[in-house]
Design a protein around this ligand. Structure first.
Ligand code: O7M
Length: 249
C-alpha cells in the first residue's frame, strides 16, 4: 500500500460500488466498473470490492477480470468480505479470494482469534497477503457494537470495544484497521494506540458526511471513497480534485 500510494501520489482507496441493477444487466455493471477504473486509476492507490460486484458478477467470471485490471494499473486490490465466521470457513473464504488475485481481505474482529481469525491470518501470512480489521464503523449504529464498554477477557478491566480491537490489531499483526471518517475523534484515539505500526483506512467521506481533510489530520492514512467518485458526473475529475485537495496532508 505504501509503495502504491507513493507511486500514485494518492491516499484514495476507491470503493467500486454501484446501485442495484437487475441481474439481467450484469454485463452493464462489469463495463461500468471497467470504465470507471480506466478513468480514475491515476488518482487512486487501491480499489476495494465488495458484494456490490461479487454478487452480480461472480468471483471468477467477472470480479477476477477487474482484479487483473486493478493490479495491472499498479493498484492494490482489497476484498471487503468482512470475514466473520468460524476459522475453517474464514480460511476458505480467504483462499478463494486470494486465488482470484486479491492482495488483502477485510475481516471482523468480533469473531475472535482461536478458531476464528487465526486461520485467516495464517493463510494470509503464508500467501504474503494482508488482513485489515474493522475497528469502528462509519454508520450511526456503530456505537451499539464497536462503541460498547466491555470487560476485557484477558485483563478483566473495563475498556471500550474499539480500543480492545485496536490493541488486537497490533497483537495479531494486522496490516490495517477501518475507522469511520465520520468519527475523527475516534481516529485520533485509535492512532494514538497504533502509531505508525498499523494503517488506518477511513470510509464515510462525502456521501456519509465525513470530511477528507479532518479524517487525515486526525490520523487516517487512507480514505475509502465510493459514491463521491462512482456516482459523480465526471468520476476522473471528482477523484483528481479530491486527490489534489488532500496532497501533503
Ligand atoms: O463512500 P461511500 O459512502 O459511497 O462508500 C463507502 C464504502 O466503504 C462502502 O463500500 C462501504 O461498504 C464501506 N464502509 C463504510 O462505508 N463504513 C464502514 O464502517 C466500513 C466500510 C468498509 O469499507 O469496511 C471495510
Amino acid at each position: 500500500m505504501q509503495e502504491a500510494a507513493k507511486s500514485k501520489d494518492s491516499k484514495i482507496v476507491l470503493a467500486l460500488d454501484f446501485p442495484y441493477e437487475s441481474p439481467n444487466n450484469r454485463q452493464n455493471v462489469l463495463s461500468k466498473a471497467q470504465k470507471i477504473l480506466k478513468a480514475v486509476h491515476p488518482y487512486i492507490c487501491a480499489v476495494k470490492i465488495n458484494h456490490h460486484l461479487v454478487l452480480p458478477l461472480g468471483t471468477f467470471d467477472g470480479v477476477q477480470q477487474l482484479v487483473e485490471q486493478i493490479r495491472g494499473q499498479g493498484l492494490i486490490a482489497i476484498m471487503d468480505a468482512k470475514v466473520n465466521d468460524i476459522g475453517a470457513t474464514n480460511q476458505m473464504i480467504a483462499e478463494y479470494y486470494y486465488s482470484a488475485g486479491f492482495d488483502t481481505i477485510i475481516a471482523n474482529p468480533f469473531v475472535g482469534w482461536d478458531e476464528g481469525l487465526k486461520p485467516l491470518f495464517e493463510v494470509s501470512m503464508r500467501l504474503n497477503r494482508g488482513v485489515i480489521l474493522l475497528c469502528y464503523m462509519s454508520h450511526k449504529g456503530a456505537s451499539e457494537g464497536y462503541g460498547q464498554t466491555i470487560i476485557d477477557s484477558e485483563t478483566g478491566e473495563k475498556t471500550l470495544q474499539y480500543v480492545s480491537f485496536a490493541k488486537k490489531a497490533l497483537k495479531w499483526g494486522a496490516d490495517g484497521v477501518v475507522v469511520g471518517a465520520t468519527y475523527p475523534k475516534k481516529i485520533k484515539e485509535i492512532k494514538h494506540i497504533l502509531g505508525q505500526k498499523v494503517a488506518i483506512y477511513s470510509p464515510g467521506v462525502g456521501a456519509q458526511g465525513g470530511d477528507a481533510e479532518t479524517a487525515l489530520k486526525a490520523g487516517a492514512d487512507y480514505l475509502i471513497v465510493g459514491r463521491e467518485i462512482t456516482m459523480a458526473v465526471d468520476p476522473a475529475k471528482a477523484s483528481s480534485q479530491l486527490c489534489d485537495s488532500i496532497k501533503g496532508l
